[in-house]
Design a binder for this molecule. Sequence first.
Ligand code: APR
Length: 178
Amino acid sequence: MDRFSILVGDITTSDAEAIANAANCTLLGGSGVDGAIHRAAGPGLLAECRTLGGCETGQAKLTKGYDLPAKYVLHTPGPIWRGGNAGEAALLASCYRSCLTLAEEHGVGTVDFPSISTGVYGYPMAQAAVVALKAIMDFLWDHELPRRVRMVCHTESAAEIYRQAYNMWYAGDKTQRL
Ligand code: APR
């Protein structure tokens, strides 16, 4: 599907209309990509986040992008990995779906994602990649917007994991539900 791609980069420099943030439920910043996004966006982002009253795991809230190149930030707390039998996959899929639904509601055309929950929250990347790709592809199949979604991996090794997941699940049989 040419509406989706995988790349290596720093999501804070993304030129997408909206970038997703792997947040925590307080939405008040943190380390990892959350910390990087807040640093790049400047104090206005935290000030707006303070007005949001937090966010549940698997849900998403939208703010402006402030000093980021991106116009919007889609804040979504991913699940903390607890071994895989605590509903983590469903919650992770919900993160991607919630962000894409918000993007569509706001007429956003391009969305970049980091690899949610695969850092501090410990979700094994290979398993997270399959969940993320299915959630993204299923949404794109049923919706016109966003018209482009990218997975922005911080390292080449992470991108390779996503590419392998993509090739395993989607590039083989074009007739498959992408
Ligand atoms: N651009 C793109 N990806 C990044 C960047 C960046 N600048 N920085 C980190 N990443 C990647 C990590 O390599 C990882 O694969 O983002 C992925 C998610 O890792 P975390 O940022 O640790 O997020 P997560 O695992 O979802 O944990 C969320 O960490 O930062 C805190 O406040 C956050 O409590 C929350 C928790």
